[in-house]
Design a protein around this ligand. Structure first.
Ligand SMILES: Cc1ncc(COP(=O)(O)O)c(C=O)c1O
Length: 428
């Protein structure tokens, strides 16, 4: 075996594999067709058919309902927006608390603050990295209104148990499914199991339209609320003489151009997933044969969509710290993410409780908060972030099985020279 690049040998890959666009002729033709039609958006903030947007937006919503077997789909301009809309549609506001996974992209928790409610963080399961149902009830207070669980890296949360707990305490459940389109729990699509599911179409997701988001719900009232919030709903309610406005609306609409791209990308989702799952299986099989690196754990009856492949690293077995291992892999041409994202409650905005122009609202709406945002409240997430987790973005197009062989060649080179590498690090 050749010498590792960390110790001056030739890298397995001179250059890491670039990000490439999954846009094809179909997407280009769809955009050109919308351009030629001249109708780049057909939304109007007034009652009537145009309140719900133009033909591409409606077609994308229909296609989402069909593909994921959901009753209602509502497109918006991002998943961040969709999360905000979902929280507002559930009638959540000042003085309310929402249980949230702390191991996620920051938008999941921000959606709660944006509605002037307060997030309460629930630790994750050490093997699946999704919200641990056994940790939920300790954080429920009389103010708790909902749970936002995140289908992180592409694996659905333990939704059967979470839904059961929510039912017992009369809470809404929102699934942040931005990373897991096409994953399933006992044959049911993730993003359709909770009261509302949220999908992302941003440019680095499995399917995308540059930017975009979609909400799915089987609850007609929630669907209507989402539509109102998306498009200045207070105007429509006023016109219709409805005095019971549920929330302030805004312009959160998707353009016809983005919807047209989304329609074509959605047609390709299953082919993209097939390729991701094939590569992921090869990674999982390879990791089982190696020490100190643990691949994904998939509960019985679940499928994964492998937005990212998470790997648990054991520095005690390797004898080199996680950062050094990641650096050695990068030198071989395989950059890895270290830790994923910081547990959200450790971010400054939560530490200092300065959200809106440095006032202490929405925290000040609550006299005796159930949670203090201190280090230690979610020990599993902290261990994952500070010590254990590595993320590999190697299931995406254009990675191939040959690339996965190279990935393991890089790992094996580092393993063979780990004691020498450890010595170099100590001497540095
Ligand atoms: C879990 C999760 N939630 C929400 C978002 C926000 O998505 P968007 O960029 O479409 O607003 C992301 C995006 O990275 C995400 O990964």
């Amino acid at each position: 075996m050749s010498r590792s690049a960390f110790l001056g040998g030739n890298p397995v890959r001179e250059k890491s594999i670039p990000w490439i666009s999954t846009m094809g002729k179909e997407e280009t033709d769809a955009v050109v067709s919308v351009m030629e039609s001249g109708t780049l958006s057909a939304f109007l903030a007034k009652s009537g058919d145009k309140f719900l947007g133009g033909s591409m937006v409606k077609e994308l919503e229909r296609a989402f309902c069909e593909r994921f077997n959901a009753k209602n789909a509502i497109t918006v301009n991002s998943a961040t927006t969709a999360l905000h809309v979902a929280v507002a549609a559930c009638g959540i506001g000042p003085g309310d608390e929402v249980l949230v996974s702390p191991y996620t992209m920051v938008a999941t928790a921000s959606s709660v603050l944006m509605n002037c409610a307060v997030p309460v963080f629930v630790d994750v399961d050490p093997d699946t990295y999704t919200m641990d149902p056994s940790k939920i009830e300790q954080w429920i207070s009389p103010r708790t209104k909902a749970i936002i669980t995140v289908n992180i890296f592409g694996l659905p949360s333990n939704l059967p148990e979470i839904m059961e707990i929510a039912k017992k305490h009369n809470l809404y459940v929102i699934e942040d499914n931005a990373q897991a389109p096409g994953a399933t729990v006992n044959g049911v699509e993730s993003g359709t199991i909770a009261d509302i599911g949220v999908f992302s179409l941003n440019y680095h997701k499995i399917i995308h339209s540059g930017e975009g988001g979609v909400l799915l719900t089987n609850n007609d009232t929630l669907a209507r609320n989402c539509q109102l919030i998306r498009n200045h709903g207070e105007v429509v309610l006023d016109e219709e003489g409805d005095m019971d406005t549920i929330a302030l609306g805004s312009n959160l609409r998707m353009s016809e151009l983005h919807a047209a791209i989304g329609i074509e990308q959605l047609k390709k989702l299953d082919a993209f997933l097939e390729s991701r799952r094939r590569l992921a299986k090869k990674i999982s099989d390879g990791l089982v044969e190696r020490q100190g690196l643990k691949g994904v754990t998939i509960p019985h009856g679940y499928t994964h969509s492998y937005y990212i492949y998470p790997i648990k690293y054991d520095a005690n077995i390797w004898g080199i710290d996680r950062q050094t291992f990641a650096k050695a892999m990068q030198k071989e041409g395989f950059p890895l993410g270290v830790g994923y994202v910081k547990p959200i409650y450790l971010m400054n905005i939560y530490k200092h409780k300065h959200v809106f122009n440095k006032t202490t609202y929405p925290f000040a709406f609550i006299d005796e908060p159930i949670q203090d945002y201190k280090k230690g409240i979610c020990p599993i997430v902290e261990k994952l972030y500070f010590e254990q987790l590595l993320t590999a973005d190697i299931c995406r197009i254009p990675f191939t099985e040959r690339d996965i062989d190279d990935f393991f060649e890089a790992i094996d080179k580092i393993w063979e020279e780990r004691f020498e590498i450890a010595k170099v690090v100590i001497e540095e």
